[in-house]
Design a protein around this ligand. Structure first.
Ligand SMILES: *Cc1c(COP(=O)(O)O)cnc(C)c1O
Length: 399
């Protein structure tokens, strides 16, 4: 470029004339990051509509990188439209805020992801939106609970931590019969274990933080629909709330997405092997894994799913003290103590059921004793089994 007018070097760096050649193609998409998106003239600025994916208006409303991820997640879930949120929990909040108004009621399964219940208790309640918890293993019970104010029923399969697998089709049908919208938290199924929309559900939400990311290094959520009008309602709320995700994070999920089936299958296999081995241990009274014979909702899992996430809980015998259970968790070396799942590192968390679900939880036959939740990483199964064995010996061997 010939410099006709002497401009400051800073100006030259910002308004530089060089353009790389077009047509660069690689398997991995580029990371586009922007707040401002430039328009070639005023007419183009005025013509752009953020609702249509025909162009770009502002970074918050999409870039090539986030559009790509939205389209792929919609495909993963078997839906048509996707909105991305900065975390799985933000995706739950987006669904609640898009669908619920003052005076409405939302029903949540009593084994729902805990922070989703806390959101209803702490935030929705302040806006005059009420909630009640239903027993997800009782379809008739849900049908009986639906009232004139009920606008939304949340579903989860299986439930968080206690892993009961519900009759999804039955629950969705009960809500639909009363014209109530349904939203499934599909983080466990991840678009791999079963086709969520086959149940008739209206909205499929997922914490992309878990399987789609698979790295333990991204927080993101998705809200997928088949219905265009429902998607537009969600997108309007999404826009007004100013929700967005970073291009770098979207690129990480795009990179991991290609291996999601392989990772899901590997962790599924590892979890089943260890769950089966743990079921033979005298310290453990119950293994809560929906693919295991006798687990709560196993028949529904078998009728619905072709796979299972690498996640299960065990009930340690009630005769042990809390201190012994803590000592068991502390004695683990490969299973690290921490929340979340589907990353490379196997994780363990002991849960206080009474604190989490109220005193009623312990009355459930399958929840007697101490609950410890395991999630599988990618370590070799024999190493993980040896780790569990040494920790069980150390914490529970007869004194
Ligand atoms: C992790 C999780 C979420 C929330 O995801 P974040 O990205 O951590 O906010 C929601 N639902 C389920 C079932 C989860 O496991």
């Amino acid at each position: 470029m010939t410099r006709t007018m002497a401009r400051d070097i800073t100006t030259e760096l910002i308004h530089h004339a060089y353009q790389p050649p077009a047509g660069f193609e690689a398997p991995q998409p580029a990371v586009h990051k922007a707040s401002t998106i430039l328009f070639k003239d005023v007419a183009a600025l005025r013509a752009r509509d953020w609702r249509e994916k025909t162009g770009y208006t502002y970074g918050l409303h999409g870039t090539p990188t986030t559009f790509l991820l939205e389209e792929r997640i919609a495909t993963l879930e078997g839906g048509n439209f996707c909105a991305l949120a900065p975390s799985g929990l933000a995706a739950v909040a987006l669904v609640d805020q898009a669908l619920l108004s003052q005076g409405d009621e939302v029903l949540l399964p009593e084994n729902a992801y805990g922070p989703g219940i806390a959101l209803a208790r702490g935030e929705l309640a302040r806006w005059g939106i009420t909630h009640r918890l239903y027993d997800p293993m009782d379809v008739a019970g849900l049908a009986a609970m639906i009232g004139p104010a009920t606008r939304l029923v949340w579903l989860e399969a299986p439930g968080s931590v206690t892993m009961e697998f519900p009759d999804l089709h039955g629950l969705v049908a009960a809500a639909k019969a009363r014209g109530v919208a349904t939203a499934l938290d599909n983080t466990w199924g991840a678009g791999i274990a079963f086709r969520a929309f086959d149940s008739g559900v209206d909205i499929v939400m997922q914490a992309l933080t878990k399987f789609p990311s698979g790295g333990g290094d991204v927080l993101m959520g998705s809200v997928v629909t088949r219905d265009a009008a429902l998607h537009e309602r969600i997108k309007l709320t999404h826009m007004r709330l100013g929700l967005g995700v970073s291009g770098n994070d979207a690129e990480l999920v795009l990179r991991s997405l290609a291996t999601i089936s392989l990772r899901y299958a590997a962790q599924d296999q590892a979890a089943r092997a260890l769950a089966q081995w743990l079921a033979t241990r005298p310290e453990i009274t119950r293994v809560l894994h929906p693919a295991l014979e006798g687990a709560p909702g196993h028949a529904h899992w078998r009728a619905t799913c072709t796979a299972a996430a690498g996640l299960f809980s065990v009930m340690l015998d009630a005769r042990y003290s809390d201190a012994q259970v803590d000592a068991f968790v502390d004695a683990l070396r490969l299973f690290r103590i921490g929340y979340s799942w589907a990353g490379p590192v196997s994780l363990v968390v002991p849960y206080d059921l009474a604190e989490m679900r109220g005193p009623g939880a312990r009355q459930r036959e399958h929840l007697r004793g101490h609950l410890v939740r395991f999630s599988l990483g990618f370590e070799a199964v024999p190493d993980l089994q040896a780790d569990l064995a040494q920790a069980l010996e150390r914490a529970f061997k007869a004194a």
